[in-house]
Design a protein around this ligand. Structure first.
Ligand SMILES: [Fe+2]
Length: 180
């Protein structure tokens, strides 16, 4: 299992101030924003490169007593087999963490926790971009082909659904990256 660092999701108290800091001081751009569901708080995604839809995201759910602001950190792997392997390992882990298989349309993820309760997401990209936030369960007992077909069927009608390479080309132009 080969991990690449992708992003962190952080609980914040003042969404606008935090977004402004990361946008204006660190130079990231808002890549998407929207409610996590009906009546739920808004999540704001920011990125500064074309390879990650977001490098950091903020959700305004950090209460005055919350010591930790970390919601989760996320690692990209190259294959769905590795996401399934993470799921098997986490099921066998000593601290018996909870886990959730979730697809965002642009990724197929397993969310779980490390022994101190920090959220850990392991995901593989899908071939498609989908506007975020999105989240649906997926069934790890299905074959890779069945899972991907299910993701496509669920998200193909979403606005902005497009091949990931087209989205990345768009973002590369936005961020002034050289095309090799
Ligand atoms: Fe994530």
């Amino acid at each position: 299992m080969k991990l690449q660092w992708s992003h962190a999701v952080v609980r914040v108290r003042d969404l606008d101030t935090m977004v402004a800091f990361y946008r204006d001081v660190l130079g990231l751009a808002v890549s998407d924003r929207g409610p996590l569901g009906p009546g739920r708080p808004e999540i704001v995604f920011l990125s500064g490169n074309s390879s990650d839809h977001h490098q950091i995201a903020f959700v305004p759910v950090r209460g005055p007593e919350d010591a930790s602001s970390l919601e989760h950190m996320a690692f990209r792997v190259d294959t769905l087999a590795e996401v399934k392997l993470y799921l098997e390992r986490i099921k066998a882990a000593d601290h018996a963490p909870k886990f959730r298989p979730v697809t965002h349309g642009n990724a197929i993820s397993v969310y779980s926790f490390d022994p101190e309760g920090n959220g850990v997401e392991v995901f593989v990209d899908t071939p498609w971009h989908v506007r975020q936030p999105q989240g649906e369960p997926w069934d790890p007992s299905q074959s890779d082909e069945e899972i991907l077909a299910g993701v496509r069927e669920r998200f193909a009608s979403e606005p902005e659904f497009m091949p990931m390479e087209d989205y990345r080309a768009q973002q590369a132009a936005r961020f002034g990256e050289k095309v090799s």
